[in-house]
Design a protein around this ligand. Structure first.
Ligand code: CP
Length: 307
């Protein structure tokens, strides 16, 4: 059971809390696979998705997860809401509180925005990505996928490759994987792994060194939208030195898992051949995202402390 009011990041989540979410997600995945989606644990509850940045996977999977549990789910389209008239985040949150919304799922380009909202509303707040800080539900679905295939985390060699400096997915995964005992290496152009050693894991600008004997290779998109200046000469250079193709993948273990949070830039982070290979679980990650989000919604409503 989760005793938290909000899900803001994996930095402040315990190993036991992570494991309990993964266990409930396993039950939810069975329900999805069996088409058994009529349990309605969240009947009478309401969820709002509040996305100040674009999303396909996270917003849709939260909406589906809520509906599969019997909740009412409403998307607050930012461009058509009163946010476009200048209403502040806190006033928007307090307005939703007055309507009796139980859970607000929020994505925002500013680090800490969900934390501010959480302090000012009665509703549970779930961080669906805040700037370059955290994306906890993505990391949880990644952890679920890794556990499903590898059955353990202790000593597992995980290489995370790409734009580490701007990646909330990398940060949340590092916090979670470290708690669970994995051996993590972060790799990318030196301009995109700046200060990554502060996360307390190995870093390198040599992709082969990162991939050698790895159990999991997680690619990350170059986040041009968060870069004030372009941090490397161009995409073709990136592909040449950091793009993962079949040849480079020979350095990893034969049963390496190929992962990516999406959206993927085909031919940049991974070649299409790698994306379509038997080692790729990129589409399975998306499916697992619904199960993880069902688990989080259920656990928050059942056990989360309100203010
Ligand atoms: N991985 C992820 O957060 O994807 P979306 O931006 O499509 O939600």
């Amino acid at each position: 059971m989760l005793q938290k009011k909000d899900i803001l990041g994996l930095r402040d989540m315990s190993k036991n809390e992570i494991i309990s979410i993964l266990e409930v997600a396993k039950e939810m995945k069975l329900r999805i696979n069996d088409g058994n989606l009529r349990k309605n644990e969240l009947k009478g509850k309401s969820i709002v998705t509040l996305f100040y940045e674009n999303s396909t996977r996270t917003r849709t999977s939260f909406a589906l997860a809520g509906k599969y549990l019997g909740a009412t789910v409403q998307d607050l389209g930012i461009s058509t809401s009163s946010v476009s008239k200048g209403e502040s985040l806190i006033d928007t949150g307090k307005t939703l509180d007055q309507m009796g919304i139980d859970i607000i799922v929020m994505r925002n380009s500013f680090t800490g925005a969900p934390h501010i909202l959480a302090k000012n509303v009665d509703a549970h707040v779930i961080n669906a990505g805040d700037g370059s800080n955290e994306h906890p539900t993505q990391a949880l679905l990644d952890l679920y996928t890794i556990l499903d295939y590898k059955k353990h985390f202790e000593g597992l060699k995980v290489a995370i490759i790409g734009d580490i400096s701007h990646s909330r997915v990398a940060r949340s995964n590092v916090f979670g994987l470290k708690k669970l005992g994995a051996d993590i290496t972060l790799a990318g152009p030196s301009t995109l792994i700046k200060n990554s050693e502060l996360l307390g894991v190995k870093t390198t600008d040599n992709v082969i060194e990162a991939i050698k004997d790895s159990d999991v290779v997680m690619g990350l998109r170059i986040q041009f939208e968060r870069q004030k200046t372009i941090s490397f000469p161009g995409l073709s250079e990136y592909r040449e030195f950091f793009g993962i193709n079949k040849e480079i993948l020979k350095y990893a273990k034969d049963d390496v898992l190929i992962m990516h949070p999406g959206p993927v830039n085909r031919g940049i982070e991974f070649s299409t051949e790698v994306i379509e290979s038997k080692n790729s679980v990129i589409n399975i990650q998306v499916k697992n995202g619904v199960a993880i989000r069902m688990a989080i919604l259920k656990l928050l409503i059942e056990g989360g402390k309100k203010q």
